[in-house]
Ligand binder design. Structure first.
Ligand code: 5AD
Length: 379
């Protein structure tokens, strides 16, 4: 059997069973890697509006199945999340991250509650109905302060969802934020392999605690997002398969994946970035394994290729997270080099995003964009 028909078979299986055996996965990834190595002439244009959307036939089969799966739950809707990067102080020293504690070249900043509320005000008038508060693990913000910020946003904008992305905390803290009104929480596991986890992170952090956090968040009632970096230093195909299995079992509501991109002031400065194609393949596989998941086309994906996010939508993504942080702090929240959209103003972002989403044949939906079938509190 040739590669193309085998690919059709494997994608069909993935679509039907929402999983593959280890050996089928190996075969699947081998075929994809082989097809990408072939000459560019064999590539097919899968979307005229996006000149970069030239895929191998194997990829075209995979992406079409991923789009079908997305459509079943979400149609062609793409949801918006307004990202507010409210502190770049961090107590951790993760080897991949530009705002790691020991990077002395970062100009540190914190937004006040009033500044955060201004970002929400601007975002709300642009149509955003989800605000994501992301920051380093900054102990200056006590639980009371986080609760106060969440409660103030929910009081002013009761029709909006608040997502937190502020790292590892105790179960009690997570519960307090939830009781203050937080709806969702993003915490990537980064890798579920204990040794690989050790390699990427400082001694104090462990995959056990990361998984404990994720389970606590889910039990408390949050819509929870996990995820990985694609092509992080030391990552093998086996690690990726472990992550797919872990996520499938955990049943997250959201999965955030993007390519690893080196940052010049980190121990991984000299490492290779993750690839566009590997990221797109994984987006499609995640969509097929967990068809109802909310799946962003991430900023990192848009950073490694100018049409990265559009291609992400063609591979099954359905969320985009424009930056609502004030212009003067955007350049200070650099997790990796070359991050896009650090010059723009929030209003310019809105138009640019609409265009990208439409090019991919999707439509921007200005609603909270909850997980399919999720019962929102109080409704
Ligand atoms: N390249 C790509 N993604 C990164 N992140 C952190 N550093 C990098 C990097 N150098 C991702 C991590 C984290 C998320 C907020 O950003 O996966 O969970």
């Amino acid at each position: 059997m040739n590669n193309l028909s085998r690919m059709e078979e494997l994608v069909g299986l993935l679509e039907k069973e929402q999983t593959l055996t280890d050996s089928e996965f190996s075969e699947f990834f081998d075929i994809l890697a082989d097809s990408c190595g072939e000459d560019a002439d064999r590539r097919v244009q899968i979307r005229e509006e996006i000149p970069a959307a030239r895929c191998t036939q194997e990829e075209a089969i995979l992406y079409a199945a991923a789009r079908r799966a997305r459509e079943k739950y979400y149609g062609s809707d793409v949801y918006l999340r307004g990202l507010i990067e409210f502190t770049n102080y961090c107590r951790n020293d993760c080897k991949y991250c530009g705002i790691r504690r020991s990077n002395r070249n970062v100009q540190r900043y914190r937004l006040s509650k009033e500044q955060i509320l201004l970002c929400c005000e601007q975002g709300y008038s642009l149509g955003f109905r989800t605000f994501v508060l992301q920051g380093g693990e900054d102990l200056y913000f006590t639980d009371d302060m986080i609760c106060g910020i969440v409660a103030a946003i929910k009081e002013r904008y009761p029709d909006c969802a608040v997502t937190l992305s502020i790292g590892e905390k105790s179960r009690d803290s997570y519960k307090a934020y939830y009781d203050a009104g937080a709806d969702r929480y993003l915490l990537r596991q980064e890798t579920s392999d204990p040794l690989h986890y050790r390699y990427l992170h400082p001694q104090e952090l462990s995959i056990e605690n990361r998984k404990r956090c994720l389970s606590d968040l889910k039990e408390i009632g949050y819509q929870v997002g996990c995820g990985i970096m694609v092509g992080s230093p030391g990552q093998t195909r086996d690690h990726v398969m472990q992550d797919l299995r872990y996520m499938k079992k955990f049943r997250p509501h959201m999965v955030g994946i993007g390519p690893f991109i080196p940052h010049k002031d980190t121990p991984f400065a000299g490492e290779k970035a993750g690839s566009l194609y590997d990221t797109l393949h994984l987006l499609a596989v995640i969509r097929l394994m967990m068809p109802d998941v909310l799946l962003p086309a991430t900023t990192a994906l848009g950073t490694i290729h100018p049409a990265g996010r559009e291609l992400g939508f063609l591979a099954g993504a359905n969320v985009i997270m424009p930056n609502l942080s004030p212009g003067d702090v955007r350049k200070k929240y650099l997790l990796y080099d070359g991050k896009i959209c650090t010059e723009d103003e929030a209003s310019a972002c809105g138009r640019c995003i609409e265009l990208r989403v439409r090019k991919a044949g999707c439509r921007v939906v200005y609603s909270r964009g909850d997980f399919a079938g999720f019962k929102v509190r109080g409704q």
